[in-house]
Structures are given as C-alpha cells and as structure tokens.
Design a binder for this molecule. Structure first.
Ligand code: AMP
Length: 183
C-alpha cells in the first residue's frame, strides 16, 4: 500500500529532520511541523485510513504520545471510539500489559482491559514505525482482547529497521505514507 509520489513528497517536506537527536547517529523525524501545517495534517489523517474508508471500524488505538494526536483525529474521521495504549503505570483502571524490547532493555505498554471488546474491528495508529517493537506489543495486546485488527497505520516508515515487515509477518496489513532510508 504505497502512496502517490507527489503526496509522499508533500508530506515529507512537512516533516523536520533533526540530526543527532536524542543521541548521536539518530536522525529524528519531527512530525510537529506536519501537525502544525493544517493542510498536511488533514491530508495525513485522511490518507492514513483511506483504504478502510466507509468500512465499519469500532475503535482506533493510538500509541503514547504522538499516536494520541493522530489517533484522536483518525477516530473522529472514521466515527470510531479512541483507545489509548500507554506506558506502564499511567492508566487508572484494570489493565492488560505487555513487555517489549527496546534498543537497550525492556519497556512495558498497557491498555484498559475493557477498552476493546471481543470482535471489535480496530485500527492501530502511531506516527512512525522503526524496529516495530512498540507496535508489535500493541498488536499483541489488541489481539489478546479478541479484537480483529484491521490494520496498523503510520505516517513514517523507516524500512531499513524492519518494523513494517515484522508486522506484515504477523498478518497485519500495514500502511505508511512516507519512508526514509537509514535510521
Ligand atoms: P520502534 O518501537 O523501534 O518501532 O519505535 C517506534 C517509536 O519510537 C515511535 O513511537 C516513534 O515515535 C519513536 N521513534 C523511533 N525512531 C524515531 C526517529 N528516527 N524519529 C522520530 N521518532 C522515532
């Protein structure tokens, strides 16, 4: 599911590149400039869910924190509910949680156990997929609750880090709008 070259170019220009952030060797893809550009923001939100437009979607799950901004807009766009997937210790009610690997060590994400019902049709949203560790954890949480994961959608793919392929191997349809080489 690739985008037209001109749209990819427009969205790419709206993303700011910050070298060596948060540490040397990392090129940080800063989407705050895209969010601040009314046209680019609307276009990105519309395009993320374009293949599923008109289908029944029960919930949009967004990954903390930039996935909340995009996921809230996507949920409104498709008339679905919004579900936050948060870092450990932030959600007040009964939770399901899963550990996932980071570059160094482990982290944990959580979701309210009643946020998604069995057989709900769910779309997962985040700003960027790199190694896919975070998104893979989110996929497992959503499936653990018995939901049907329709797709995982991101603005940015860093394909050299293998995350989007990792999700596709789990039979998750993946849609990304722009991709950058390297990491
Ligand atoms: P990963 O679990 O490796 O796929 O990392 C994905 C998460 O880390 C996303 O929520 C991104 O917001 C963030 N992230 C990873 N690499 C970058 C990068 N180069 N630029 C901006 N955000 C990044």
């Amino acid at each position: 599911m690739m985008m037209s070259p001109s749209l990819e170019c427009d969205l790419k220009q709206a993303i700011r590149d910050i070298p060596d952030y948060p540490k040397p060797g990392i090129m940080f893809r800063d989407i705050t400039t895209l969010l601040g550009d009314a046209r680019a923001f609307r276009r990105a939100v519309d395009e993320m869910v374009q293949p599923w437009a008109g289908m029944k979607i029960d919930k949009v799950a967004g990954i903390e924190a930039r996935g909340f901004i995009l996921g809230g807009a996507v949920a409104h766009q498709v008339s679905a509910g919004f579900v936050p997937i948060r870092k450990k210790g932030k959600l007040p009610h009964n939770r399901v949680s899963i550990a996932y690997t980071l570059e160094y060590g482990l982290d944990e994400i959580e979701m309210h156990e009643d946020a998604i019902a069995p057989h709900d049709r769910v779309i997962l949203v985040d700003d960027l997929i790199a190694t896919g560790g975070t998104a893979e954890g989110a996929v497992k949480l959503i499936r653990q609750l018995g939901a049907e994961l329709l797709a995982a959608v991101f603005i940015v793919d860093l394909p050299d880090l293998g995350g989007s392929d990792k999700l596709r191997k789990l039979d998750v349809p993946v849609r990304t709008l722009v991709s950058f080489e390297g990491h």
